[in-house]
Design a protein around this ligand. Sequence first.
Ligand code: AMP
Ligand code: MN
Length: 268
Amino acid sequence: MHTTASDGTLSPLALLTGAAAAGLTVVSVTDHDTVAGLAEARRAAAPLGLRLINGIEITAVENERDVHILGYFIDAGNQALVAFLERQREDRVRRVREMAARLRTLGFAIDEDALIESAAVTSGRSIGRPQIATALVAAGHARDRSDAFARLLGNGSPAFVPRQGCSPEQVIGLIAGAGGLASLAHPGLTRVDALVPRLIVAGLAALEARHSDHDAKTERHYRDLAARHGLAVSGGSDFHGDSGYRVASLGVVSLPPEDLAALEARLR
Ligand code: AMP
Ligand code: MN
């Protein structure tokens, strides 16, 4: 699940409070390219009776397409990981600047300074297209975030700027180096099944078979693919807060305990 440390709308405390109220018992905060939300989540978890698993969702790049890699059970203080994430966030700021410049040229100016300030290095916050989309809506240039993505921000759209990122293999190596388990995020959306054998060589532990945007057939497909390759499965809501995006999934889309146990067994 995501918090205000990346593109979620709830603080870590508010998120975990909602998760506990929804009946969850084990949760993971997996913000994009940052572990900045984990300390507050850790403080919030025990009093709410929740077990928190450290998490992250790192954006890798393969053939100019984003491939999101989840890392669970990571050591959030791992030096190599922390340094890598700082570079990822710097590149996100560069990209936001470039996209804002393009938008201005196209006649859709946004207040990017406030956005970029919110992602100061010390904050650990990561920014990207979702926050640009919100700014476009606020400036009256788009009806809603989906409209902003469809007309301006999506891959190949006029304001789209490609990312400069690492390969999924490098990201998987970093997660493993930080003591974590890497899982291919929402493969039903990313559609990179052909990559899986290569990712396994790099140390992939799991496929995110269960996800808010996966129907039963898609989940079955990825459970089967994981089983064929001897991988575990991970899963969750990918909840981003109360903005309406996957809002109904909190506490509804979750991972069966036996899947979590099988995933966790790979730590030993
Ligand atoms: P970025 O990492 O800055 O390129 O932004 C990608 C993120 O934007 C994804 O992780 C999604 O959460 C979000 N996103 C992608 N497509 C859409 C869309 N059509 N509407 C709303 N959010 C989207
Ligand atoms: Mn994702």
